[in-house]
Design a protein around this ligand. Sequence first.
Ligand code: KIV
Ligand code: ZN
Length: 389
Amino acid sequence: MTAKRVHIKIFDTTLRDGEQSPGCTMNQQEKLRLADQLDRLGVDVIEAGFPIASDGDFESVKAIAIAVRRPIIAALARACQPDIERAWEALKHAAQPRIHIVLATSDIHLKYKLRITRDQCVEQARKSVRFAKSLCDDVEFSSEDATRTDPDFLCHVLDAVVEVGATTLNIADTVGYTVPAEFGDLITTIRQQVKGIENVTVSAHCHNDLGLAVANALAAVAAGARQVECTINGIGERAGNASLEEIVMAMRVRPDRYAYETGIVGEQIFSASQMLSEITGVPVQPNKAIIGRNAFAHEAGIHQDGVLKNPLTYEIMTPQSVGVPDSKLVLGKHSGRHALSIRCEQLGYQFDRSGLDDIYRRFLRLADNIKHVEDHHLFELIARQSGRL
Ligand code: KIV
Ligand code: ZN
């Protein structure tokens, strides 16, 4: 009998933190379309926006709260009454609403940005969570810049918000500063020191300024976090957020290391990525893990030969498992005969050995001059060989 895996909640913030990345703004209709896809994808929580930020954001959150019924719908608010009231106004029709309060806790943010003392910070956190709790059962508290906060003070703030009813504590690496071992230790400290921690969910929110967002999120999970905040294609402020598809597939491909499960329907990942890219007009980098154009493409002859004999030689997951239509052999100057003959077969042409040698010579001459040999080039080569051109 296999042991039941621990469930990790996937909190998708593509529509809030993701939308904050340059060039990624979306209108209400686009947000609704994406929220529907996130629902099909199986995320546990959709952070639909920041209602106080603009009337457009407010209306989008409200429309999603009304239309998308399965997941929890969250909305962001700073730790003050007007923000919380506005968030609640937008959320109140949701089947499962969540108010998400954020307050910075690091000395640098308290001194230069908020201009408040540590004591004032604790009081503001307590007061805002208490107020949110009077409106909504499900209240998440985020400590902004938690990874640059004195850990003892951080635990003190978290004690206060748990006491007044916070149900999720989100530990934000706002500036992408931490590294996996350190972040894991911080989550362990919080789990050991915060009073009442056993009754709340610990969450990780990681940014990618050092390219470590996914590694940090996974370290947090290994240390006991049970929610990760992430975005499709890893979009988000500056270098982005932890990428949903990478976190989920790391757990799925390496259950020996990450014995967790999520509700994500892998086959919907590629469609979500494509939809986001189509809506924002921001392309996915070709070598992006899991969903980049090259993630399942093989150009080197040795690799192509191996993949054609058995995909497991060079693919650690199937393209179908993340919804990518098929493994794509890219034909270029490094490609071998085997890949060329397979593609020609797919186009309806079969060659004997000398015919293949001939077409392969022509192909290499062409590939020396262009990056990728496309199907229309092959048709032309085949036509020349047969004397039709
Ligand atoms: O990066 C951050 O600190 C945030 C908070 C709102 C969680 O996005
Ligand atoms: Zn963020």
